[in-house]
Design a protein around this ligand. Structure first.
Ligand code: GDD
Length: 409
């Protein structure tokens, strides 16, 4: 049997996602009309003999309850949310629930970060992992040398694929091959995490007995329960024939900011053409709006037939799009109203917001820039004929004059 674990973090993580993470935990924020965590979860469907999917995080249990029960029914695989009382780090969180995870006696455990966007080639990784015969296999990808330093950089043996060297977010360039945050392990991973945790406890005890100042300050900061997968496990195990790599040549992005969520929505909408074509709006039928490229529309949304939508647009539940409106590259959340002839380009429009007649809400579309997309928080009201460019508007504001390059607090 196989078990999959998705690390979802908690409210102290994902702060770069504000103001959108003020309403909903970042893992439940919609990309291509589905919660962020839905994409890795539905990729798990392809794993043979999958017994359980666990989400591990330190958000309140009730925030995930509805989603977890709905998705369990839909996939016909039990999905459970496991809550840590405090952050234990990416490996410590997994270790915390080892007894539960081992109840199915899995031969393999997948571990996925929830904030990555890729095609999740999980069955292919498992096959490769079995052929290597190690303790773990890491999904890796080549990126540009300039961007590599934001990730774990690694060196792999070109013929055996063994992980030879691993450095987390190094200051000087090591390699353009990076860690995608998707892993498959044998249950031996628990012994490896236990090893780090015991070592920490021993050092802490030594510190209590010792008056040696240098040793004290070097080990004081990290408690023994806190174990990071990258620094504490991958780095020391590199070059020991236990860890291997599987390189993807498909798409991969990390989702730390709202701008990147818009880029990743586009990638997932494009993937729906192959995986879930039924989720893409067709634009067929005489009463339908004009659809351009990949577009998701929730069945409860109401779109006027003279509106023009796409490419890369997601429209959530109960949104209303008026006559002559034009939407390009944007994410329209629940209960939004966009009135006649408004234009929305490169923007995220928060829950219950409204955009007035002839208004424009737009941005340059530079997904990596702070103000590269325009974001309206929850219940923002843009009045008629107002233009909002490259701006972030916090929840509950009313805009009756035009703004550009501003953060409206
Ligand atoms: N449950 C739980 N508890 N989850 C956690 C905790 C924790 O204490 N700490 C982090 N996570 C989750 C995050 O929500 C995220 O999904 C994942 O673990 C990794 O988060 P970080 O440890 O903050 O690392 P990162 O995202 O900056 O970088 C990691 O992922 C990159 C790929 O996206 C590293 O492993 C990099 O090497 C890697 O390139």
């Amino acid at each position: 049997k196989v078990v999959a674990v998705i690390m979802v973090g908690g409210p102290t993580k994902g702060t770069r996602f504000r103001p959108l993470s003020l309403n909903v935990p970042k893992p439940l924020f919609p990309l291509a009309g589905q919660p962020m965590v839905h994409h890795p979860i539905s990729a798990c469907k392809r794993i043979p003999n999958l017994a359980h999917i666990y989400l591990i995080g330190f958000y309140e249990e009730r925030e995930f309850a509805l989603y977890v029960s709905a998705i369990s029914n839909e996939l016909k695989v039990p999905v459970r949310y496991l809550r840590e009382d405090k952050p234990h780090g990416s490996a410590g969180g997994l270790y915390n629930f080892r007894d539960l995870i081992m109840e199915d006696s899995p031969s393999h455990i997948f571990l996925l970060n929830c904030d990555v966007c890729c095609s999740f080639p999980l069955p292919e990784m498992l096959e490769a992992h079995k052929s290597y015969g190690g303790m773990g296999t890491i999904l890796v990808i080549k990126v540009s040398a300039e961007s590599a330093s934001q990730f774990g950089e690694l060196v792999a043996d070109p013929t055996t694929n063994e992980l030879l060297h691993y450095t987390e977010k190094p200051e000087t360039f090591v390699s353009d091959l990076i860690n995608c945050g998707v892993y498959v392990f044998t249950p031996d991973i628990f012994a490896a995490i236990q090893g780090v945790s015991t070592q920490r406890k021993d050092r802490a005890n030594l510190r209590r007995l010792s008056s040696f100042e240098a040793l004290q300050s070097a080990t004081r900061s990290i408690p023994s329960h806190f174990v990071r997968l990258d620094q504490d496990i991958l780095s020391p195990l590199a070059g020991k024939k236990q860890l291997f790599t599987y390189e993807t040549r498909d798409f991969w992005e990390q989702i730390k900011t709202p701008g990147m969520s818009l880029k990743c929505s586009a990638l997932y909408l494009a993937q729906f053409r192959f995986t879930s074509p039924d989720l893409l709006a067709s634009g067929n039928g005489t009463r339908s709006a004009k659809i351009v490229g990949d577009v998701y529309v929730h069945p409860s949304a109401k779109i006027h037939p003279t509106a023009k939508i796409g490419p890369n647009v997601s429209i959530s539940a109960n949104a209303r799009i008026g006559a002559g409106a034009r939407l390009i590259s944007c994410n329209i959340l629940d209960d939004v109203e966009i009135k006649e002839n408004a234009v929305v380009i490169h923007a995220i429009v928060g829950w219950k917001s409204s955009i007035g007649k002839w208004s424009r809400v737009q941005a340059s579309g530079d997904y990596n820039a702070k103000l590269g997309i325009t974001i309206l928080g929850e219940a923002v009201s843009v009045e008629d004929e107002v233009v909002v460019i490259n701006s972030i508007v916090l929840p509950n504001k009313t805009l009756n004059v035009s703004v550009q390059d501003e953060i409206i607090l």
